[in-house]
Design a protein. Structure first.
Length: 175
């Protein structure tokens, strides 16, 4: 994933030649900046963009520049929504209860076993992609693996990032 501070520093230092635009994946704009660097207009615009990037919230930056990397990650709700409240009327009494469907103990153990296997895979390889998990844990469907990876990121066991060499989304142990 692209880092906001890195983009801002590149805009401030190399904005005149479009360094920040290349970093942010806007190749066309980067080429335009590089072609017209001699006018100093890209330098001024790059400096202004650097300041704007520094003042931009991380959420807005991710939405604008990291959208492709976060598809399937941020698009799903990662917050734990409270369970719906159920009110049961029995005669003249109303009983309120938070409804949460019972999950069998066997299912919880199976979920923990899958998450342990993912963590061991990360420990062995250092970093894994969804494909690595899919190939290593064949009996689990892809959508469930995605869900387990998201749970591990949310629980701060794993951190999600992009591999520098090819830009793929990878998961690493959060040390």
């Amino acid at each position: 994933m692209k880092q906001k501070n890195t983009a801002a520093v590149l805009a401030l230092v190399l904005g005149g030649v479009g360094g920040h635009k290349f970093y942010l994946g806007q190749i066309g704009w980067g080429l335009a900046y590089a072609l017209f660097f001699w006018t100093y207009i890209p330098t001024i615009v790059g400096f202004i963009e650097g300041i704007l990037l520094l003042n931009m919230s991380q959420e807005d930056f991710d939405q604008k520049y990291n959208r492709a990397a976060l598809i399937g990650y941020q698009s799903r709700q990662l917050t734990n929504n409270p369970p719906p409240q159920v009110i049961v009327n029995i005669g003249d009494q109303a009983i309120a209860s938070n409804f949460s469907p019972a999950v069998p103990a066997d299912e919880n153990l199976a979920k923990e076993a899958i998450e342990r296997r993912i963590l061991k895979l990360c420990q062995t390889k250092g970093e894994v992609t969804l494909l690595d998990c899919f190939l290593a844990i064949e009996e689990v469907p892809r959508h469930l693996l995605e869900s387990h990876l998201e749970n591990l990121v949310r629980a701060e066991f794993l951190q999600i990032t992009n591999r520098a060499s090819d830009g793929k989304v990878v998961y690493r142990l959060d040390n």
